[in-house]
Ligand binder design. Structure first.
Ligand SMILES: Cc1cc2nc3c(=O)[nH]c(=O)nc-3n(C[C@H](O)[C@H](O)[C@H](O)COP(=O)(O)OP(=O)(O)OC[C@H]3O[C@@H](n4cnc5c(N)ncnc54)[C@H](O)[C@@H]3O)c2cc1C
Length: 452
């Protein structure tokens, strides 16, 4: 649809609206992902749930597809036309210490929720990056820094306010069919305007990271692989292998070098944590070793995710096991001789992630013991698709599915096959039937899409 034929009557929204060419349009569609952007015909900068409802009603009336963006971290299928609902203004957070819960608006980032929770001696089940949107993260399951202790964050969602394709705002709780369907399907059933989440009574964590130089990358991966087979559920960790960018602010001794970093968060006592990490330290001297007991408010530095917007594509595989052969094959295709530079690594799963929560949410493959992930930087002259396919093929013998939260890119990384592989066949069939009932025109299609 060209801009001139775009419907002109706009709903009574209190937040700003933007058309291509308007002042503020580019700033409103900009997000953490800089390689791909939504290109809508209209952006509604929702100020509250009423604006979201009005925007959905307007789009449905004109049969326009709907996209939603909070921070732009998780763009998987960019909108090409239609209406983009921007939730960044919906930033209310309310903590209830009596029920140990938080209500968060659709635009709240992890850092704001962490700050609100720690003020009451509580913590959310956030992921590695403080700038990720809380709602988007939970809608994809939410694999947190304490995941092995507390399970998927989405299992601890108590309630959702969801605007469905018919323009209704519904409050959903465990037992409602759309509640379970929305959690894990990343936006397929409507726009979440707010969420009620359980918080956990964690005030301190023993954690940080251990960084090893090039010669120790292979031995530390092997040590981590064996170590993770033994550690208790209170220990959650990940290993990342990459050639560090040769630029400031990377510290001089690390710049331009191929390194391995183990990120750790342990919810038990420090003495026990120190004892547990001995086999990793025994691998050899560390270029950096900052493990310590830290207040929960400082855990956002454990993973050192880049805080600035940039270009990236990513794919991942949930593995039944990490055998020595699987680890070696992965290092072969992602190491310094790889066809293109990659940030590659594994997150340790299992523990509480194996146990479903009280509601039947759309999170499957819970027997996975590891998540393997690669992130590449797309550039004008390189197309990472063939390389991602090569990595997927290498891991195929151990792969049982994908985590949908870690699929980003221009649509090719979140096609039907990948989305389907995120679920058990019975879950996918249930989601598809619900999608046909609640969103038959597939208005909510700019996501890891489940076609009606
Ligand atoms: C640096 C980085 C670190 C990350 N770390 C982790 C991690 O540790 N664990 C983990 O599980 N994930 C992690 N992620 C993935 C992240 O959780 C997902 O990409 C998530 O979708 C981001 O949500 P967002 O709102 O920030 O992004 P956005 O791009 O704004 O939204 C992403 C998608 O989420 C859906 N969505 C967002 N808001 C709504 C809404 N209100 N209603 C309905 N659907 C909505 C839509 O489909 C939207 O396209 C990380 C991502 C990055 C870039």
């Amino acid at each position: 649809m060209t801009n001139s034929t775009f419907p002109s009557e706009l709903p009574e929204v209190t937040g700003p609206t933007f058309r291509p060419g308007d002042d503020g349009f580019d700033a409103e569609i900009a997000g953490f992902q800089t390689a791909y952007r939504h290109r809508p015909d209209l952006v509604v900068g929702a100020a509250h749930a009423g604006d979201v409802r009005a925007a959905v009603e307007f789009a449905a009336r004109h049969d326009l597809p709907i996209a939603v963006q909070a921070t732009g971290h998780g763009l998987s299928v960019p909108a090409d036309g239609g209406v983009l609902i921007s939730t960044r203004r919906m930033t209310a957070v309310r903590v209830d210490t009596r029920t140990r819960t938080a209500w968060v608006g659709a635009g709240v980032r992890a850092e704001a929720l962490i700050a609100a929770a720690v003020a009451h001696g509580l913590a959310p089940l956030n992921g590695s990056s403080p700038s990720v949107g809380v709602v988007g993260y939970h809608l994809g399951g939410g694999l947190g820094i304490l995941a092995r202790t507390f399970g998927y964050a989405a299992d601890r969602v108590r309630a959702l306010d969801l605007v469905t394709a018919d323009g209704r705002l519904r409050r959903l709780t465990a037992g409602d069919e759309l509640f379970g369907a929305a959690l894990g399907s990343v936006g397929n059933f409507g726009i979440v305007t707010a969420m009620e989440l359980e918080l956990v009574p964690v005030t301190e964590v023993f954690g940080g990271s251990l960084t090893f130089g090039t010669a120790l990358v292979e031995p530390v991966l092997e040590a981590w692989r064996q170590w993770t087979a033994e550690v208790p559920e209170e220990m959650t960790s990940a290993i990342t292998m990459m050639t560090m960018p040769d630029v400031a602010p990377i510290p001089e001794p690390l710049r331009g070098r191929y390194l391995a970093t183990v990120a750790i968060a342990f919810t038990g006592p420090e003495a026990e944590g120190q004892r547990l990490v001995e086999p990793l330290r025994e691998v050899g001297p560390r270029l950096a070793d900052n493990l310590r007991t830290m207040p929960y408010s400082e855990t956002d530095g454990i993973y050192s995710d880049p805080p600035f917007p940039h270009a990236y594509t990513a794919t991942n595989a949930l593995l039944s096991d990490l055998t020595a052969d699987a680890a070696a094959a992965f290092l072969d295709v992602t190491g310094p001789d790889a066809p293109m530079p990659a940030v590659a690594g594994f997150r340790h799963l299992g523990g509480a992630l194996r146990r479903p929560g009280p509601a039947a949410i759309a999170m499957d493959h819970r027997t996975a013991e590891y998540n393997a992930r690669i992130i590449t930087m797309p550039a004008a002259d390189t197309d990472p698709r063939a390389y991602h396919d090569l990595v997927a093929k290498t891991l195929a013998p151990w792969t049982i599915g994908h985590n949908l939260n870690f699929l980003y890119g221009a649509g090719d990384w979140a096609g039907e096959a990948q989305t389907r592989a995120g679920y058990a066949p019975s879950t996918y069939a249930r989601l598809r039937a619900l999608k046909s009932a609640y969103d038959p025109a597939n208005l909510f299609r700019f996501n890891r899409n489940i076609r009606p």
